[in-house]
Write a protein that binds this ligand. Structure first.
Ligand code: ATP
Ligand code: MG
Ligand code: ZN
Length: 456
């Protein structure tokens, strides 16, 4: 570390610190991302002192603990992603692409909380937009009557001094990249500023016990701009995502000290703002066409909730020497693996075919449980044979072509039944006793070869 008052060179992309300038960051490979920053410590209240350390008291693991104080916002999708409501004194970082709806979501949250019968004090501090702009949005969303305290400010010292005297329950900082602390001699949005401002705000949130939302911009690589450090400082990291041209928005927890990650909240962006989607499966399947080859329905799990989505594949003879593989919404390595298994274990010839794969509706799936559905969509497209319209599929594929069990099969099947599907293709099931209770035709498949036979 450089001496206090000296300077250090910090990569604005990943936060790596170097003793001298260099053109390329060794850690993340970005060019021209390293700039000089004056060392100001973690914040203005962190100046060195002569005080000696004191002896710490140790206690046993068991003992009385305070029950987590959770505030339910009445936006169920948000509460779910946060682990069942907002924890007092917790800090939530909300990242997302420009224009995805971060400010909209947080303004709605703020207004909904402020309107609760217990009248929590809610502060919305915008460093990005003028008061008028926020008011216009509030009017469009029909929230102008909500008792939210709105301010446009960027000086962290002012903000801290104000909140210090308040009785805040929820504070929204939109965005952390616009905030600055005088003592830190770099521009707002730089790693040093983001870190120092967050540090001060987080300390106050813990002290006063309010829930702090920080909006963070996302870099072109898709991580929250500024250092990874920020993700470590906060309790919860949420990503707000969605595909351009789609109106679904998905709020995803990638870190949560107070709940499960991988939980998602689904919203639909409408003129009057973000509307919660209680039954995402119905929404994702709404535009599905019947009797088309290359399409099948995957019964997936997102967090604690089953979600049915349509998987579309298009296989067509290639015009190139190396065939094209394009994937939207799934892992391209995973697709390559599924295709390799189909070639090696089932004798399918895909090396002269381009393969396009799309998860309809803009959802991004990470589960390997989608393997079997992907394989099915590919085979269906290649053979040009549509699948039964009322069939759902799930299962993981192993390298030898075996179909492996996945988590929570009963939850997936129940959701399929609820949405009117009547048959399901699953991995071999170990407990068959309750098969009847699903009221579905269950086709158990132990090997991908069997999948191909289904088309004959
Ligand atoms: N009538 C409307 N006027 C403006 N935006 C609308 C309207 N109806 C829907 N929207 C949506 O609101 C989105 C803007 O949302 P918002 O400003 O909350 O995003 P953000 O993530 O905060 O963006 P930024 O990164 O610029 O802060 C637009 O991209 C658009 O999809
Ligand atoms: Mg915004
Ligand atoms: Zn870097």
């Amino acid at each position: 570390m450089a001496k206090r008052g000296g300077s250090e060179f910090v990569c604005q992309n990943c936060g790596t610190v170097y003793p001298r300038w260099q053109g390329k960051c060794d850690a993340c490979g970005e060019w021209n991302s390293i700039i000089e920053e004056k060392v100001g410590g973690e914040g203005f209240s962190n100046l060195p002192s002569k005080r000696k350390g004191q002896i710490i008291d140790f206690v046993p693991l068991s003992g009385s603990q305070e029950k987590l104080d959770r505030l339910t916002t009445s936006i169920k999708e948000l509460d779910r992603v946060c682990g069942g409501g907002l924890v007092a004194g917790s800090v939530i970082l909300v990242g997302g692409d420009p224009g995805i709806g971060k400010s909209t979501l947080l303004l709605q949250t703020c207004a909904k909380v402020a309107e609760l019968p217990s009248k929590p004090e809610c502060y919305y501090i915008s460093g990005e937009e003028a008061i008028d702009q926020v008011r216009i949005r509030a009017k469009r969303l029909g929230l102008e009557k909500a008792p939210v305290k709105l301010a446009s400010a960027t000086d962290i010292k002012d903000i801290i001094a104000t909140l210090e005297k308040s009785n805040a329950a929820v504070v929204i900082i939109d965005s952390i990249q616009t905030m600055y602390l005088e003592e830190v001699e770099s521009t707002p949005g730089s790693v040093a500023q983001v870190r120092a401002c967050s540090y001060e705000l987080i300390k106050l949130a813990k002290k006063k016990g309010f829930t702090l939302f920080l909006v963070g911009h996302v870099t072109k690589q898709g991580s929250i701009a500024g250092p990874r450090v920020l993700e470590h400082m906060v309790d919860t990291v949420l990503y707000f995502e969605g595909e351009r041209g789609h109106h679904f928005r998905i709020l995803r927890a990638v870190k949560n000290r107070y709940g499960a990650t991988d939980e998602i909240g689904v919203f639909e962006m409408q003129d009057q703002g973000l509307v919660e989607v209680e039954n995402p499966s119905a929404l994702f399947l709404a535009e599905r066409q019947g009797n088309i080859s290359g399409s099948c329905v995957f019964a997936g799990i997102e967090g604690s909730r089953p979600v049915l989505v349509e998987i579309q594949a298009l296989v067509s003879p290639t015009g190139y020497s190396s065939p094209k593989r394009a994937v939207v919404g799934w892992d391209s390595n995973r697709l390559a693996m599924v295709l390799a298994v189909l070639e090696a274990r089932c004798g399918m010839n895909l090396s002269s075919q381009d393969v396009y794969l799309n998860i309809a509706g803009g959802l991004r799936i990470t589960e390997p449980a989608a393997d079997l559905a992907v394989a099915m969509a590919v085979i269906s497209s290649l053979t040009n044979k549509p699948l039964p319209h009322d069939m759902v599929i799930f299962g993981e594929i192993g390298l030898s072509g075996e179909v492996r069990a996945v988590s929570q099969p009963s939850l997936r099947m129940k959701e399929a039944r609820k949405l009117g599907f009547s048959s399901v293709v699953t991995p071999p099931r170990h407990s068959k006793d309750n098969a009847k209770s699903y009221d579905l035709n269950i086709y158990e498949i132990g090997n991908v070869q069997r999948l191909i036979n289904m088309f004959n």
